[in-house]
Structures are given as C-alpha cells and as structure tokens.
Design a binder for this molecule. Structure first.
Ligand code: FO1
Length: 283
C-alpha cells in the first residue's frame, strides 16, 4: 500500500470563492469597498466583488456628463482619488475651471478638475455615440482596474433633484448637486426626488449579480440619495428580497449622527428619524 502521505500532494484548503455584491454610493461606499477588498485579499483571495453604483448624483455641466459616485468608486479603488477630499482626482489642477470663471460662466460652484474632465469628455463622447453607461463604465475601469466589477444601477438617466422649502424665496426645484455643494444642504428640502427612477431599468448584470450573489452588502452610504436611489430602480428591491444570499446592511448612522456627510439632512427631508433602526426600516 503506497504511503499516501508521500504520494499525495498536500492540498492547502483554499478559502471559499464567494460572489459578493455591494450597493455603493460615493465616498462612504468607495471607502467601504476599499476595506472589503483588503480584507478579502487576506482571507478569501478568490472571491469577487460587484459594485452596483448610484447614478442619481449624475449631472450635466458645460455639456459634459459627470457621474460623481461611479467616478469616486473608480478613482478610490484605482488609486487616483484625492484622498483628502474623497472625490475628484489626486494631483488635480483647475485651469479649465479658472478660465470658465473668468468668462463668468456658471456654475462656478462645482469644481471640475482638468484630469477629471478627461473622464467626462470620454464618457460624453461615448454617450453621444449611443454607448450605454454600463459599457462606458467598463471601458473607463479598464484603465483604473478597481478590483471590482462596477455596474451603474441603470443605463437610463436618473437624477436626484431637491424641492427646496426656502423661507426667503419659496419652493423651487434644484439639482441635488446644487443643494449639496452650493447650498451645503443648509436650505430645508421639502422633497428629495429620484427623477426618472420609476421609468428606469436595472443595468445589464445588476439583477443577475444580486440573484447569484453569496452575500449582498448595503455599505454605509447615504441611505436616501445613494442606497435609496438604487433601491428606487424598479426590480432591484425585489431582487434583494428574492435572493437567497444574506443581505447585510452597515448603518451610516451611529449614535444618532451620520459618520460623515449630511445623511441626517436627507433623512429629515424624508421625515425619517436619524437612527440605524430607521434606516433599516427605510431599506
Ligand atoms: N463636492 C463638493 O463639495 N464640491 C465640489 O466642487 C465637487 C466637485 C466634484 C466633481 C466631480 C465629482 O465626481 C464629485 C465632486 N464633488 C464635489 C463631490 C460630489 O458632490 C459628491 O461626490 C456626490 O455627488 C455626493 O456623494
């Protein structure tokens, strides 16, 4: 009887190869994914991560289509992010922005950096050629190699707009970015609307990824304008309810306050208490 030990190569027990799906907003989602990837590299290197990105923050500026949350995930995981800001490119310059300001061209309140503009020029050209956002995101990620498959929640246009309840000037509708960046959410929001969400379809691969996931994570992104917007795309919430995978939420609210950002302002606008349990209820 041959000595089994000597004859049989020792097989190290490989960690499981799991398919992990995470819904992701901007800075919070990107940093969560960065931590998740680092943990997986150590414990289960064969596992894969699919990020489903929020596109409700998207805005068209000077004719360029900007996708803040997709770009924040792509730059953060690809090593190109401005770490201090959490958004935009590292080593950025703002020559174009400065020139536009000298022309008196509005808006001046949204900082488009020169390097970042290259991303928006490519994305805008491909959109004009009829290329869907999911394919554009795949192409951009070929350069950045984020280490996750990054899918937009939808290839259809969805934009978060905010109905301001401004005591000074009454009610008016602004793009989320104006409320968020120019007004710093200081003007009360009567409503936060995911314009186009009801008519949107999940991007190719989104439902399949959730259906075949081994685990689904809801990272500590903004529960209203990030996770909430992704859940507003018809079919995604149902897919989460139907998947056999455990769905794990990480609260962005600790001790009654957001870890960062202005999630409390967004929850208040929806009449929702700023607490982990209320966010769980919302989801
Ligand atoms: N946030 C700001 O507070 N000020 C800006 O000027 C700004 C510019 C900007 C440009 C590109 C981009 O991808 C993101 C940018 N952001 C800016 C952040 C953005 O408002 C947020 O990342 C999300 O939309 C909210 O999570």
């Amino acid at each position: 009887m041959p000595d089994v030990d000597a004859a049989t190569p020792r097989t190290t027990s490989r960690a499981p190869a799991r398919n992990i799906v995470a819904l992701a907003g901007g800075i919070g989602g990107a940093r969560f994914l960065r931590g998740l990837l680092a943990a997986l590299r150590a414990s289960e290197p064969d596992s894969t991560v699919t990020g489903i990105g929020n596109t409700g923050d998207d805005i068209t500026l000077f004719g360029l289509r900007v996708c803040p949350d997709l770009d924040t995930v792509m730059y953060t995981l690809g090593g190109g992010i401005d770490e201090a800001q959490g958004w935009g490119r590292a080593g950025e310059s703002f020559a174009v922005k400065e020139e536009l300001a000298i022309y008196g061209a509005e808006p001046t309140w949204f900082g488009l950096g020169d390097r970042d503009i290259a991303t928006h020029l490519l994305r805008t050209r491909w959109l004009a050629d009829g290329v869907p956002l999911s394919e554009i995101t795949r192409r951009l990620c070929e350069r950045w190699q984020p280490g996750v498959r990054l899918l937009p929640m939808s290839d259809d246009k969805v934009e978060t707009h905010v109905l301001l309840d401004d005591p000074a000037s009454g009610q008016r509708l602004v793009h989320f970015q104006e409320w968020w960046v120019r007004l710093h959410a200081t003007v009360p929001a009567a409503q936060i609307l995911a314009v186009g969400a009801a008519e949107a379809s999940p991007a190719p691969g989104v439902i399949e990824a959730i259906r075949t996931a081994d685990i689904v994570v809801l990272p500590p992104s903004n529960p209203v304008v990030s996770i909430g917007t992704i859940l507003a795309v018809p079919g995604i919430r149902a897919a989460l309810a139907a998947t056999t995978a455990p769905v794990v939420g990480v609260s962005p609210i600790i001790g009654g306050a957001p870890v960062r950002g202005m999630a409390d302002e967004c929850l208040t606008a929806r009449g929702i208490e700023t607490s982990a349990s209320a966010v769980g209820e919302l989801y």
